[in-house]
Design a protein around this ligand. Structure first.
Ligand code: GRF
Length: 212
């Protein structure tokens, strides 16, 4: 018997990736449910998207916490309280701290709008464009203690066009994101992702360890 896994999503912005994930869950493509959406931004449109789907939302105001550790403790508390199996960072603009990573090791995913390890950090679309690369792309990876350094799950290349601006390139990158983020979560939900050191092995269907 397959069970649906519980997703907790952290988002700071417009939440278009969140939307793609909600849609994939609702259509039955992924055996998962988004059970909570948490933001550090009170008016993030991601929260509004979640509310439209009757998903629980939480705004955590950094101002109410003395330290980053305390903030992370609250995050971990809420995610555990909601029995989250997988934490999905979808345009979450804060770094998650080591205690957070420890609490959910191997169970936190991030999406990055470049082909890592090229162009890590927050301005990757602009950095890639300024560098003059002809191909950029998207990376979904597990989160470790570093900045955009965790084991890579899926990547998709996106061409850079002659007259691209940050906006046009990011729009093209978004289209790839909406495919590979749900696809990565689906693989996780099927028990088909195995972390071996730096590498993520994608198991064949039926080769999974804990699900049929
Ligand atoms: C995406 O491009 C993602 O790769 C990056 O932040 C952006 C979030 O966009 N981490 P959205 O909020 O999902 O629309």
């Amino acid at each position: 018997m397959s069970k649906r896994i519980r997703l907790g999503i952290l988002a700071s912005g417009s939440g278009t990736n969140l939307q793609a994930i909600i849609d994939a869950c609702e259509s039955g493509d992924i055996l998962a449910d988004v059970v909570v959406v948490i933001s550090n931004v009170s008016d993030a449109y991601a929260l509004e998207r979640a509310r439209k789907h009757n998903i629980k939302t939480v705004f955590i105001d950094k101002k109410n916490f003395k330290s980053r550790q305390d903030y992370d403790k609250e995050l971990v508390f809420i995610l555990k309280e909601n029995q989250v199996d997988l934490v999905v960072l979808a345009g979450y603009m804060l770094l998650v701290g080591p205690e957070f990573v420890r609490a959910f090791r191997g169970r936190i995913m991030n999406i990055h709008p470049a082909l890592l390890p090229s162009f890590p950090g927050t301005h990757s679309v602009k950095d890639a464009l300024d560098y003059g690369v002809k191909v950029s792309g998207v990376t979904v990876h597990f989160v470790d203690e570093g900045l955009d350094t965790g084991p890579i799950i899926l990547q998709e290349a996106v061409p850079v066009m002659e007259n691209d601006t940050v906006e046009t390139l990011h729009n093209r990158i978004h289209q790839a994101e909406y495919k590979i983020y749900p696809a990565s979560i689906k693989l996780f939900a099927e028990g088909r992702l195995k972390i071996e050191g730096r590498k993520v092995r994608i198991l064949e269907k039926g080769e999974n360890r804990w699900r049929r």
